[in-house]
Design a protein around this ligand. Structure first.
Ligand code: AMP
Length: 233
C-alpha cells in the first residue's frame, strides 16, 4: 500500500428539462465556471446533418419533425464524443439522455470508465411559457452565445455582445408547430427520467421560470456541492 488516493474521476452533470427550459444557457455558464465540457446531443446531431454523415442523413427528417432520433444513433454519437480527451475535464450533458434506454446506456458507459453521475438537475418550467421562449431565440454564429428577441436581446441589433459577429442563426426546428411536437416527445419519452434520477438519489429540482442569473446561481450551488462531495469523499 502506498497510501495514495485514487484520483477523482471527471465529474458528470446532467441537465434535464423540456425544450426551452434553458439547458443550453446553463450548460454554457457551467462550462465557463467549472472548465467542464458541454455535450449537447442536439448540437452534435446538427453538426452531423451539416456534415452529411450517415447518422446526419438519417436524423435530419426526424429532427425537422420534432421527434426523437433513434437511441442507436444518439448513443453512438455520445459514446464517440465522450472518448475525446477534453472530456477528462468533466462533462455537462445537455439534452442527453432523453429516453430510459439512453439513461441505461449512459450508466453502462460511465461504469466502464469508473465515473458516476454527480448531479442530475431538473430545470422546472411551465409548458405554456415554452413556445414563446423557443420561438424568439437565436445564437451567434461566431461564438455560439445564445440570445432571445424579448428576454435577452443583443445590445446592438444583430451584433453579438460577446464577439461582435453579425452572423446570427435561428434553428429550423424553433417554430411553433415543431415546438409543440418536441414538447409532446418530451412528456412521452423524457419526463420519466426525472423519476429515474430521483430514484438513483442524484436529482435536484430547480425553478427555471425566473431570471437567468438567479437560475445560474441555484444551479451553481448544486454543482459546487456535488463536485465538492466527490473531492472530499
Ligand atoms: P435539442 O438541441 O436538444 O433541442 O435537440 C434538437 C433535436 O435533436 C431534438 O428535437 C431531437 O430530434 C434531436 N435530439 C437531440 N438529442 C437527442 C437525444 N438525446 N435523443 C433523441 N433525439 C435527440
Amino acid at each position: 500500500m502506498d497510501g495514495g488516493r485514487t484520483p477523482t474521476p471527471p465529474p458528470v452533470l446532467i441537465l434535464l428539462g423540456p425544450p426551452g427550459a434553458g439547458k443550453g444557457t446553463q450548460a454554457r455558464m457551467l462550462e465557463q465556471q467549472y472548465g467542464m465540457v458541454q455535450l449537447s446531443t442536439g448540437d452534435l446531431l446538427r453538426a452531423a446533418v451539416v456534415a452529411g454523415t450517415r447518422a446526419g442523413r438519417r436524423a435530419r427528417a426526424v429532427m425537422e419533425a420534432g421527434d426523437l432520433v433513434s437511441d442507436e444513433i444518439v448513443i453512438a454519437i455520445l459514446r464517440d464524443r465522450l472518448a475525446h480527451a477534453d472530456c477528462s475535464k468533466g462533462v455537462i450533458l445537455d439534452g442527453f439522455p432523453r429516453t430510459t434506454a439512453q439513461a441505461e446506456a449512459l450508466d453502462v458507459l460511465l461504469h466502464a470508465s469508473g465515473q458516476r453521475i454527480n448531479a442530475a438537475i431538473s430545470l422546472e418550467v411551465a409548458d405554456t411559457a415554452m413556445v414563446k421562449r423557443i420561438s424568439g431565440r437565436f445564437t451567434c454564429g461566431g461564438c455560439g452565445e445564445g440570445y432571445h428577441d424579448t428576454f435577452k436581446p443583443t445590445a446592438k441589433p444583430d451584433v453579438c455582445d460577446k464577439c461582435g459577429s453579425t452572423e446570427m442563426k435561428r434553428r429550423a426546428d424553433d417554430n411553433a408547430e415543431t415546438v409543440a411536437q418536441r414538447l409532446s416527445a418530451y412528456h412521452a419519452q423524457t419526463a420519466s427520467l426525472i423519476d429515474y434520477y430521483e430514484d438513483a438519489g442524484a436529482l435536484t429540482r430547480i425553478d427555471a421560470m425566473g431570471a437567468i442569473d438567479q437560475i445560474a446561481s441555484d444551479v451553481s450551488a448544486v454543482v459546487s456541492a456535488a463536485v465538492a462531495a466527490d473531492t472530499t469523499a
